[in-house]
Design a protein around this ligand. Sequence first.
Ligand SMILES: Cc1cc2nc3c(=O)[nH]c(=O)nc-3n(C[C@H](O)[C@H](O)[C@H](O)COP(=O)(O)O)c2cc1C
Length: 151
Amino acid sequence: MSSLTIVYISLSGNTHSFVTRLSDYLNANYGLSPRLINIKDLRHETFSLSEPFVAVLPTYLEGGNGLDNGDQEILTTPLGDFIAAHNNYQHCFGIIGSGNRNFNNQFCLTAKQYAKRFGFPVLDEFELRGTSRDIERIAEKILQTLDAFTG
Ligand SMILES: Cc1cc2nc3c(=O)[nH]c(=O)nc-3n(C[C@H](O)[C@H](O)[C@H](O)COP(=O)(O)O)c2cc1C
């Protein structure tokens, strides 16, 4: 099995909790120890990644309704900058969006916008910290997509 890197950003801790529990699940069930990169810790530093990675992105938007008027990404742009830098996007095999369903049409919208911008698929979505069922489902999806990506 290939190695796995998970690149994410977490401002209030929900995504960090999800990624840590996902990593524990992958370790317990598949013997994988993913490399975890929290973009918040990098303080806008970027570096080149040469291994396949999956991105996990919470949604922080200001304004707009997610349909026909402008919305502004706030707080999470350092993840987009990291993916764009050094052509890192070429090694990204998919993105997982997170958010809160109270935001209706804007639920997980930024992950969809990144998928369009960089040309990788949205693999799945979850709400807040995610449930254990989210973790199991998303772990399987990540492994299947990683396998297909690395051939
Ligand atoms: C100012 C603000 C704006 C948000 N905007 C959205 C949004 O547009 N769509 C959405 O699905 N969730 C939205 N959320 C919910 C967050 O994406 C959600 O709480 C997420 O779990 C935060 O992840 P984190 O704790 O890892 O930072 C917003 C939260 C805040 C505080």
